[in-house]
Design a binder for this molecule. Structure first.
Ligand SMILES: *Cc1c(COP(=O)(O)O)cnc(C)c1O
Length: 296
């Protein structure tokens, strides 16, 4: 899987001049037309591994609007795999735009009610899936595993310039773990979680320990901008996104990048970043998710 070289765009705002900081956006949303964003990075080495092991099918898990389901279906189609999506909840017809796209890429679905879905990592569930579908390469929900971290490390490889802060949206923590390990202790990494709760610092620490035997300390996860929790939005978030998009011509998604960009603006406003700071916001993609919110 080849990655396009993506542009880094500077964002200009009177607020940034007033606070003497500069903000840049790394357009990972442009790294692939359909697989796009951090999901492309997370899948890259997993697909190579699946191929190496001789698998014909990929199987993964996600909600009905999941960026990961969308990207996995597209990646499987582009690289010659069959794909199976284990979807949380009941089947609803007609299929929503995410699942309709995945289906058009050849993905086959199986639906698990919420209680069974919670047990998806147990051997019993895996065995049932193997009995039904035969052999497959399993990619976890959200795509996070050690090979995903390896792929996400490349987000900060070969940057022409250095930045003081690297900011990005966090879901399962795989992407930020890659960025942290890629920076190898330098600079500051600031994640913004789209989920409620404080469990992510522990989880990212654990992922880092497994990946590179080092937790690092130059990072933190801000939990102030989840807007009510995963996939929840508030009018002030949507207003912010529309205003940002109109003035800078960069689309955001309401689940991840909209919330984290809102957080970055708020922290700049609050004087969190010292004068002279250069901030890189990593646009992790996810724009397919806009359709579920009537954002074109
Ligand atoms: C999945 C996703 C994330 C979260 O990535 P994790 O590796 O799970 O933390 C962030 N942004 C977008 C757009 C995503 O689709």
């Amino acid at each position: 899987m080849k990655t396009e070289v993506v542009p880094i765009q500077q964002i200009h705002e009177p607020l940034f001049e007033e606070k003497a900081v500069s903000l840049f956006v790394k357009r990972e949303d442009l790294n692939h037309p359909t697989i796009s964003g951090n999901k492309f990075r997370k899948l890259k080495y997993n697909l190579a591994e699946a191929k190496r092991l001789g698998h014909k099918q990929l199987l993964t898990f996600g909600g009905a609007y999941s960026n990961h389901i969308y990207a996995t279906a597209a990646a499987a189609n582009a690289y010659g795999f069959e794909s199976i999506g284990v979807i949380r909840g009941e089947e609803t017809l007609p299929l929503n735009p995410t699942l309709a796209f995945a289906k058009s890429m050849g993905m086959e679905f199986i639906y698990l009610d919420r209680a069974s879905y919670r047990l998806k990592n147990e051997e019993k569930v895996k065995n049932t899936l193997h009995n039904k579908f035969g052999d497959f390469y399993l990619i976890p929900e959200g795509g996070t595993n050690q090979l995903a971290i390896k792929g996400c490390k490349e987000i900060v490889k070969d940057l022409d310039q250095e930045y003081d802060y690297y900011c990005l949206a966090v879901g399962t923590g795989g992407t930020i773990s890659g960025v942290i390990s890629g920076l190898n202790g330098k600079r500051q990494v600031l994640g913004f979680t789209s989920l409620k709760g404080n469990f992510l610092e522990g989880e990212v620490g654990q992922l880092l320990l497994e990946y590179c035997d080092n937790r690092y300390s130059n990072w933190s996860i801000n939990t102030d901008y989840h807007f009510g929790g995963y996939a929840k939005v508030k009018p002030e978030l949507i207003d912010f996104m529309k205003d940002f998009e109109a003035r800078h011509n960069i689309l955001l998604d309401p689940v991840y990048t909209g919330k984290s960009m809102f957080g970055v603006y708020q922290l700049i406003h609050n004087g969190y970043f010292p004068e002279g700071s250069r901030i890189l916001f990593i646009h992790t993609g996810g724009l397919q998710g806009r359709k579920g919110y009537n954002l074109k």
